[in-house]
Ligand binder design. Sequence first.
Ligand code: GAL
Length: 417
Amino acid sequence: MKKILPLLLAMSLAAPAYADTPSDVEVLHWWTSGGEARSVDNLKEKMKKEGYIWKDFAVAGRAGQSAINTLRIRALSGNPPDVAQIKGPEIQEWGKLGFLASLDDVAAKQHWNELIPRRVQEYLKVDGHYVAVPFNIHRVNWLWANPEVFEKADAELPVTLDDFFVAAEKIKAAGYIPLALGSEAWQESTLFESIALAIMGPEDFRKAFIDKDTALLTGEKMRETLLTFRKMKQYTDADSPGRNWSDTTSLVIEGKAAMQMMGDWAKGEFLAANKEAGKDFLCIPAPGTANQFSFNIDSFVFFKNSNAGKTDSQRTLAKLILDPDFQREFNMSKGSIPVRVDSDMEGFDTCGKESMQAFLRAAATDNLVPSLSHNMAVGRASQIALFDVISRFFDDDDVSVDETMRYIRAAVLADNL
Ligand code: GAL
């Protein structure tokens, strides 16, 4: 990104005047699954009531990688959308390049400094100015279970990683898929992340992936993480390669698979299929991570625009996202918890309430970690390299642990290049 800075700046300065009307707001995002679409439709409706037209630019797939690639192409050609879904350290990357509009005035009026947890605020500001608005807090280290399959297999819900393998054997013997996984790089990394968290613990996890401690990245705990990760492969099904995450969740919904380790956007799929939390499906912490909370915060950024009407529509959207009613409605269907500290959790299902309690507990006990596989811990260069290395190791049994640890180290350091 650094190397293309002059080109990007030249192109953004040469950008043509916007031909669309001020009441339009074009939004680039990747919320296209059943649960995601339902959640974002609510926002589209609210914008309509305010008199604005939401022009949807949805790019499906790979937890946003395809959307971000499209965004880069559009921004490079001087034609960014008005709004885009960007999160984590990448907000800094775009902000430092001068693309993003300041939201300080909306933030001041709506009291963001008081409403948004400090840990979250860090991600939203560039040089002290707000440039992104957050929707939610997703927990990544969850396990989604179908209780009926567990019962039929006479298996216990796993609390530890050892328990996981005991249960998986029983489920396999009973003829079900123990672990629903789509072998896309980001889904594999999501699984890897929960195992790393269980084996390394939050402190070493942060030291390794954020402080880039090379001894930990190539140490014994990393070896154990990789071996445990690979061992899980035998409990996935033959149709796993390339399957998207929501079709993978459907396997659990339909009782073909017992478990999926996935962030709580998976709950959105259960709800969209009219399933009830605590009855038709269960949420438990990913094995070995009960006290920990790997967080993933969705946010929108707003591209600079000289058209006053545009700026109004952007600001209205930013304000609506933090509106207390929207926070509840959106997060109830999305599977995440509200980002506003004053949110009332009454009416949320058991998984939502548990997630909020887990978040508060983890925050108080230093057990919060930014998600490694969802762009919260590392920048884009490291993220892409990590996806490749982790996926190659999982997909090809001939790739050695030692070689993989060396590549993981290089991937984590890639952001410094
Ligand atoms: C994540 C995003 C979630 C969820 C998921 C799958 O990166 O933060 O909101 O939608 O991708 O699309």
